[in-house]
Design a protein around this ligand. Sequence first.
Ligand SMILES: Cc1ncc(C[n+]2csc(CCOP(=O)(O)OP(=O)(O)O)c2C)c(N)n1
Length: 324
Amino acid sequence: MDAAEQKQLLREMLFARRFEERCAEAYHERKIGGFLHLYPGQEACALGVMKVARPGHDYAITGYRDHVHAIACGAPAREVMAELFGKETGSSRGRGGSMHIFDPTVHFMGGYALVGGPFPLAAGLAKGIQMQGTDQIAICFLGEGANNQGTFHETMNMAQLWKLPVLFVCENNGYGIGTADYRAAAVTEQYKRVCAYNMAASKHDGQDIETVMEAARTAVDFVRSGQGPYFLELQTYRLRGHSMSDSGAYRTKEEVETWAQRDPLLLYKNKLIERKVISEEDYRDMEKSVLDEIENDIIKFAEESPEPRVEDLEKYVLVEGESQ
Ligand SMILES: Cc1ncc(C[n+]2csc(CCOP(=O)(O)OP(=O)(O)O)c2C)c(N)n1
């Protein structure tokens, strides 16, 4: 990447971080209701993989920690925020909320609350691509906790058997809510679990975005070339709680602080400063412009958008196969 591209990538990481922090504030202001799962600490995973894939062309699907994935696919950040605010202009017209961002126009297929639910849906997307014979791929981003679901094993088997064009990205942050991986899984190195299905797999540092991009390049090329599925494990850490109601009592301050030193945003910022691509002053200016965009464009749009109308309560509800 040239200097301008590196700067742009840093801005996207910073934007993702500040967007999520602003969501937390809006939640405390009671502008966002329901469950809210934030992404700080894991940005290099979704942004790194989608930088290498083809957003808007390839399909992506994920769980409930989905805002940044949607934006990385090209969903307008305004519409993601409006969805969180429950507004009619939101990506799911305010009916879905944080866990159900959905934007088929950019091939972002959601946003699901059921842990492990997206695995077979991703395989279905990949089967559709295979039948149509296009050069697209389906990308399924999920946490390591999801790999303990039956859907994981059923999907890995079928994906490999049918050589589906699907990339599984395991964002291994070490915890499923408050349960450490070693307390729930017999094998904690997730990439090893798919060797039972003869699936190509590898594990990488999920904090360094350039490492993620390099690993994703190999994985994406493999899947796109028709060789079948690939399982990419990225070791990462969420710097905040599982959701807004998490006290964090299950992990030590020292552990969080150690991981904070490998914060993906700081790692990349420091790299660019060392390479003299940016200065501290440039970073401050970048931060100002990101905060300005979030406040004066994105939040403003969400605040000023209309609520869904009561008369439209049943609109988009499917009854006996018909949309009302
Ligand atoms: C089918 C199902 N079982 C249980 C839950 C409750 N639950 C919500 S999040 C979660 C942990 C998932 O952890 P992981 O897949 O590692 O994702 P992370 O939150 O770390 O991103 C659980 C068990 C659920 N939402 N769906």
